[in-house]
Write a new protein. Structure first.
Lengths: 340, 343, 292
């Protein structure tokens, strides 16, 4: 206390100039919603790594027409079942040799492949380049994933929002309709559709149109019902805002985080759905490549040429894991049940 | 004056956040006498809750005690291990929270919840525990304890639930009861009952109470002594009469003058201008100065120390420095002193 | 103050969400609010005061009874007429944290009413109006591009007030606008509300549980208990000469910042069930009605 007395000069004991002029302190710059989300996402290492992986995979897959060294459907029967061969690598498994009756033989020389031609991931039973097929196949899978997300974001949101905003009897009827729709097993549906349509991407999408957006519609409805009670929505109503404006201008932006997370989670299950159907032979049409058809072809020759199954399986694993981990990270950001 | 049961010396607590370090409590000291009620009053973010959480050893994970000591019966609570603190918390020092809805387990009968608190700190037989629960229920004014023992929280009204929360806090006969806004969530009539109950219990058990609130009316009702907090510091501390009838700090003036009384009519209410500062890297000088119409140049240089007004009354304002110009408190404050007891 | 003209006339207003099975949240409530005055509605949580306020601005369904606004029955308004009523009757909410859309900038929050009712001639006019509103509630122009979560509770409440005033209303329901605020901020907001009332000739319904603040701000008061008005009259009479036992109990429970009077305070308990079905408000002195 005595110390302070020394510090303050006598001349300071006069009313302060411009007293109370700065009564409102400068607002500290708070983070905007996006900045804050990005900051939290960056803290999650798994999410950042998987995001990078997804960007790489997506870029590669969509550049398939440019990157693929061969036409994925072009058969080269002379070059069938060649193991992977990398230029300048002499590691067994990557040098174009395979075991044959206990001896290593150069499969490429045997098939009379030109010296400067390499199949980085080998070829399949029809001599098609596996690398090209994988690139194109991933492209198909990601397209399916993209369509699933779009369906979620259109039909799912529209249905859920409409149901929540209408409320009452309309809401009730719409929810019962959902229950009936979700009662239809999608596998049976696709098989039935084969009676009418050719197998292929169209019937897979049609099957997803019917049911894949249902979980999203439910989530949107539940969140919208909650948000509808918020005072800022009441305020908008008191201002005279129309129901459409309230739904699109106030409710949708405020549930967007949860919606995005949901959409991210629905992507891997859509990929899995397509793979599953194609593997069973009711999905993509031969000879078009997709991860499912590649797996199907690979498992038939698994004992002899294991790489033909391992490679597409690994790709599927990486994609699924990446989407799931990234969605997990997003959920921690947008939908934190345990807030920090 | 008897020996203080709790002595907080130069306590400073900070929080690490992404935006910087928040200096939530800055060098506060106070004593708590046996059997007295000390009210900590201030606005949200002034550090009153952080102070009490420090005493309870319940600070959030990003909090840091920068300096100071908290002496309970002569021992520094800040040096205790988690294990030792668990024994003290709920045993010697108990806490009541604001929301009676969330501080009870909705799936457990209230008898068991109170009994759990009884047996946690004392080895007693089941029958004995139950006897103690019934005794506590009676103490907090819940009738038909025998029947109520087997009911669930949702079968009680908000006020009764707060009574049960109090019973749980009292289960181990604490020496200190910390009440963090215990009546804020309640209606006025219910609040009045709980306040009466707390005073009555204090008379019976002799517990010391730290009462955190932002409501000056509640303070006037329960407090023996009052500490007014602003921006992490105690700016004025004294007996209730001293603080209410002879306040010295301009912030206390502002708080008291901004409450309408029966006499305030068409005139404009006095309002403290502006908003409280954020406590991230506070600028030097008195943090209240920007909102203080009585600020001195000295306030810009350094934070004022607590100047003694009487043996029990201190205020942290340069206006009390002998060199300061003489300034009369606003009319609303002088009227308080004249019309005490009939406001 | 234009003398004695009623802007709001409420008759036998009832809100019953139980569908006739339970006690209605608001039961046969009648009162009138004069143009330019502040009418205080007090009571404890669950007494129906908020429900009443929300019915007056048509945010909640009116089960029965009528509300007249400037002579026009607003109970069944739809479409254009409802929109026009909404422009004239606004509401300020209790919770400054829940009442502003967290995804909107302050500019767009305040301008929403201007946009809906096409009150601005062009973009420039819209900006000017928003800037004026912002400065009249004591915020600075640079705050326009900030998001609500960057503000303190008091500042947010002022943004809420600016939003309500943007449509140039005549009547504003203030639904506990200060109970979530800190003491030093409460007086600021009350002063702001009073100032805007004087400047714009506003009529307020001021809902609160804090009787001393209601008494200060209101010209007349109604006390609600379990869905009914038990006492109403000029605020001095209700506060100074409370006649209904519930009003007495309520007044006796308010703690005042005065230790000496607190020490001598005696609470008057009141624990009656709701008033008898056939009880009616009766005038006991000029303008002062009690449910008997």
């Amino acid at each position: 206390m005595s110390e302070a007395k020394v510090l303050i000069p006598d001349s300071a004991f006069v009313p302060a100039a411009s007293a109370a002029a700065q009564a409102e302190p400068e607002l500290p710059r708070a983070l905007s919603f996006l900045e804050d989300s990005w900051r939290k996402l960056r803290k999650n290492k798994a999410a950042v790594v998987t995001l990078a992986l997804l960007i790489i995979i997506t870029t590669l897959a969509f550049l398939a027409p440019v990157l693929a060294p061969f036409d994925p459907n072009e058969q080269h029967l002379a070059h069938k079942n060649l193991p992977p061969k990398w230029p300048g690598v002499s590691l067994n498994g990557l040098n174009g040799t395979s075991e044959f009756r206990g001896r290593r033989i150069d499969a490429y020389a045997l098939a009379k492949v030109p010296e400067d031609q390499y199949y980085l991931l080998g070829t399949d039973e029809f001599g098609r380049d596996l690398l090209s097929r994988c690139l194109w196949g991933t492209r198909i899978s990601l397209t399916i994933a993209f369509i699933a997300a779009v369906l979620d974001l259109t039909i799912g949101i529209a249905y859920g929002l409409f149901s929540a905003m209408k409320g009452g009897r309309v809401d009730n009827a719409m929810q019962r309709a959902l229950e009936i729709l979700s009662g239809i097993p999608s596998l049976v549906l696709v098989v039935l559709m084969l009676l009418v349509f050719q197998p292929g991407i169209a019937s897979i999408i049609l099957a997803m149109v019917i049911s894949s957006w249902i979980p999203m519609a439910r989530v949107v409805r539940a969140e919208a019902l909650k948000t509808k009670q918020m005072e800022y929505v009441q305020a908008a109503r008191a201002l005279g805002a129309s129901e459409v404006k309230i739904a699109l201008g106030h409710i949708l932006p405020n549930i967007s985080g949860i919606v995005i997370v949901r959409a991210m989670f629905s992507i891997p299950s859509a990929i899995f759905f397509e793979t599953f159907l194609s593997f069973l032979g009711v999905g993509m049409r031969i000879p078009n490549a997709s991860i499912g058809t590649l797996l199907n072809g690979g498992y038939k020759v698994f004992r002899l040429y294991p790489y033909q199954m391992f490679i597409p399986a690994a790709i599927l694993c990486v994609i699924m894991l990446s989407f799931n981990l990234f969605a997990d990270g997003l959920r921690d950001v947008f939908d934190p049940k345990m807030k920090e | 004056m008897s020996e203080a049961i709790l002595r907080v010396n130069h306590l400073s607590v900070s929080f690490d956040t992404y935006a910087g370090t928040v200096r939530a409590v800055r060098d506060i000291s106070f004593d708590l006498e046996p059997g007295e009620t000390l009210a900590l009053v201030g606005e949200s973010g002034c550090g009153k809750s952080v102070t009490c959480r420090s005493v309870m050893g319940l600070l959030a994970r990003n909090a840091r005690v920068e300096a100071g000591e908290i002496l309970f019966q002569g021992e520094d609570l800040l040096k205790k291990s988690n294990r030792e603190m668990r024994a003290i918390r709920g045993g010697k020092i108990a806490m009541i929270f604001q929301d009676p809805m969330t501080s009870l387990d909705p799936t457990m009968k209230i008898g068991r919840q109170i009994a759990e608190a009884v047996t946690l700190h004392r080895k007693v037989s089941r029958g004995e525990a139950k006897r103690r629960v019934l005794e506590l229920l009676q103490l907090v004014g819940i009738e038909e304890g025998e029947k109520r023992y087997h009911q669930y929280p949702h079968e009680f009204s908000g006020g009764q639930r707060q009574r049960i929360v109090i019973a749980i806090a009292l289960a181990a006969d604490p020496r200190i009861l910390i009440a963090d806004e215990p009546t804020t969530a309640l209606d006025v009539t219910m609040q009045a009952q709980i306040l009466d109950l707390m005073k009555e219990i204090q008379k019976k058990t002799g517990t010391s109470v730290i009462f955190i609130t932002h409501d000056l009316g509640v303070v006037a009702n329960v407090a023996d002594r009052v500490a007014v907090m602003y921006a992490g510091r105690i700016v004025e501390i004294g007996t209730a009469d001293e603080v209410f009838y002879d306040p010295r700090h301009p912030y206390t003036w502002g708080l008291l003058a901004s409450m309408p009384t029966l006499a305030t009519d068409d005139e404009k209410l006095y309002a403290i201008p502006g908003t409280p500062p954020t406590l991230i890297d506070p600028q030097p000088g008195d943090l209240f100065a920007p909102r203080n119409p009585y600020a001195l140049e000295a306030d810009k240089i350094a934070e004022p120390p607590l100047f003694p007004v009487s043996g029990t009354h201190f205020a942290a304002t340069w206006l009390l420095d002998p060199r300061a110009p003489k300034i009369d408190p606003p009319e609303a404050i002088r009227r308080r002193a004249r019309e005490r007891g009939s406001l | 103050m234009s003398a004695e003209k009623n802007l709001i006339e409420v008759k036998d207003l009832t809100h019953d969400y139980t569908g006739g099975r339970g006690r209605p949240a608001v039961q046969r409530v009648s009162f009138a609010i004069r143009e330019g005055e502040t009418f205080g509605l007090v009571g404890e949580s669950g007494c129906g005061k908020t429900t009443t306020g929300r019915m007056l601005v048509r945010l909640l369904e009116i089960t029965s009874g009528s509300v007249r606004f400037d002579g026009q029955d607003i109970t069944g308004l739809r479409g254009r007429e409802l929109l026009d009523f909404r422009r004239q009757a606004q509401i300020i909410f209790q919770d400054p944290y829940a009442s502003l859309d967290p995804r909107k900038k302050v500019r767009d929050i305040i301008a929403e009413g201007i946009d809906i009712h096409h009150l601005a001639q062009n973009r420039g006019d819209r900006e000017t109006q928003v800037a004026q509103l912002l400065s009249s509630v004591g915020l600075r122009p640079e705050h326009l591009t900030r998001y609500p979560h960057e503000f303190s509770g008091g500042q947010r409440q002022r943004i809420g007030i600016a939003r309500a005033l943007a449509t140039q209303p005549r009547f504003v329901v203030c639904d506990e606008p200060i109970s979530a605020l800190d003491v030093s901020i409460q007086a600021q907001v009350v002063n702001l509300l009073k100032e805007e009332q004087r400047r714009r000739g506003l009529t307020y319904l001021f809902i609160a549980h804090d009787l001393s603040m209601v008494k200060y701000i209101s010209d007349r008061i109604a006390v609600m208990y379990r869905g009914r008005i038990v006492e109403t009259g000029p605020s001095d009479l209700v506060y100074g000469n409370p006649l209904h036992p519930y009003t007495r109990s309520l007044i006796s429970a308010i703690p005042l910042p005065d230790p000496e009077s607190e020490r001598s305070r005696r609470r008057i308990p009141y624990d009656q069930p709701e008033a008898a079905e056939d009880a009616e408000l009766q005038e006991v002195e000029p303008g002062h009605f009690v449910l008997l």
